[in-house]
Design a binder for this molecule. Structure first.
Ligand code: KIV
Length: 282
C-alpha cells in the first residue's frame, strides 16, 4: 500500500466509505496506520483527551507540532491532517499561511484542517493558494462553540441548515479536498453530501456522510470526562489498564514481581569468587 494523498481521498467519494481517526502519539498512530485507516487527524482534541485541558482553544502550535511529529514517525500510509490550533489562524488570520507552512514543514503533515469562523473563507483561500491542502470543518466547531450556543447540534431548523449548506459549498469552491460535518442532523448531512463533489466526513452527522471520524480516545474508552451521544465505545481500555496497574501494584507489594523470568542471573562460580574476596567496598 502506498501513501494516501488528498487526491485519493477525493477519488473515494461514491466508491467506498472513508475512515478517519485522531492520533496524538507514536504508538497509537502506528496501530491506526497498520489497521489501514485512510486519514489520521492530529486533532486539537489533544487539549481535552491527552493534556487534560478544558478547551481546544488552550493548545497552540508548539504542542500541536510536538505531537504531530510523533504521529508522523509512526505512519507510512495514512493521509496526515494537522488541526490548525485556534491561535494560529483565528487570533491572527494574517499569520495563518506562515503557521500552516510551519505546521506542514516541521511535522510532516500532508494537509491542515480549518474550523469554520467568520474569516474562514479568506484564510482557507490563502492557505490553499500557498499550496497546502485544506480540510474544512463545519457544524459544531469546538473552537467557537461559545458563539454557537455551546456544544449543541447545529442546523436543526431550515434556516440554520441552509447556512450550513452554503458554508459547505463555499469551502468546496475554494478547493478544500474534504469537509468534516460535526453534530449535524443526519438528513442535513445527507443533503450536503449529495450536493458536494468533495467527500464529507461525519462526526455525529449520521450514516449518509462519505466517511466517518471519531476521537480515538473516545472509541477506545480512554477518556471518560464526558461522552457525547455520537461516540461508540468499541473497547474499554481504561478498565483493562486500571486492572493491569492494580495487579502490578499488588505483585510488587507482595514480592511476586519480578520473578525469575523477568530477572537476570550470574553463575554460582562467579558469585562464589565474589564472596571469597569481598575486596575493598568502602
Ligand atoms: O480535534 C478533533 O479531534 C476534531 C475531530 C472532532 C474532527 O476536530
Amino acid at each position: 500500500m502506498s501513501k494516501i494523498t488528498p487526491k485519493d481521498i477525493l477519488g473515494l467519494k461514491g466508491k467506498r466509505k472513508i475512515t478517519m481517526l485522531t492520533a496524538y502519539d507514536y504508538p497509537l498512530a502506528s496501530l491506526i496506520d497498520k489497521a489501514g485507516i485512510d486519514i489520521i487527524l492530529i486533532g486539537d482534541s489533544l487539549a481535552n483527551v491527552v493534556l487534560g485541558l478544558e478547551s481546544t482553544k488552550d493548545v497552540g502550535m508548539t504542542e500541536m507540532i510536538h505531537h504531530s511529529k510523533a504521529v508522523s514517525r509512526g505512519v507510512k500510509n495514512a493521509l496526515l491532517v494537522g488541526d490548525m490550533p485556534f491561535e494560529s489562524y483565528q487570533i491572527n488570520p494574517g499569520e495563518s499561511v506562515n503557521n500552516a507552512r510551519r505546521f506542514v514543514d516541521e511535522s510532516k503533515c500532508d494537509a491542515v484542517k480549518i474550523e469554520w469562523f467568520d474569516r474562514c473563507l479568506e484564510v482557507t483561500e490563502k492557505i490553499i493558494k500557498s499550496g497546502i491542502p485544506v480540510m474544512g470543518h463545519i457544524g459544531l466547531t469546538p473552537q467557537t462553540a461559545d458563539k454557537l450556543g455551546g456544544f449543541k447540534v447545529q442546523g436543526k431548523d431550515a434556516q440554520a441548515a441552509e447556512k450550513l449548506i452554503h458554508q459547505a459549498k463555499a469551502i468546496e469552491k475554494l478547493g478544500c479536498f474534504s469537509v468534516v460535518l460535526e453534530c449535524v442532523p443526519d438528513r442535513i448531512a445527507q443533503i450536503i453530501t449529495e450536493e458536494l463533489k468533495i467527500p464529507t466526513i461525519g462526526i455525529g452527522a449520521g450514516l449518509f456522510c462519505d466517511g466517518q471520524v471519531l476521537v480515538t480516545h473516545d472509541m477506545l474508552g480512554l477518556f471518560d470526562r464526558y461522552k457525547p451521544k455520537f461516540v461508540k465505545q468499541y473497547v474499554n481500555l481504561s478498565e483493562s489498564i486500571l486492572k493491569a496497574i492494580e495487579e502490578y501494584k499488588s505483585e510488587v507489594i507482595n514480592s511476586k514481581f519480578p520473578d525469575k523470568e523477568h530477572s537476570f542471573s550470574i553463575s554460582q562460580e562467579e558469585l562464589d569468587k565474589l564472596r571469597a574476596s569481598p575486596g575493598d567496598r568502602d
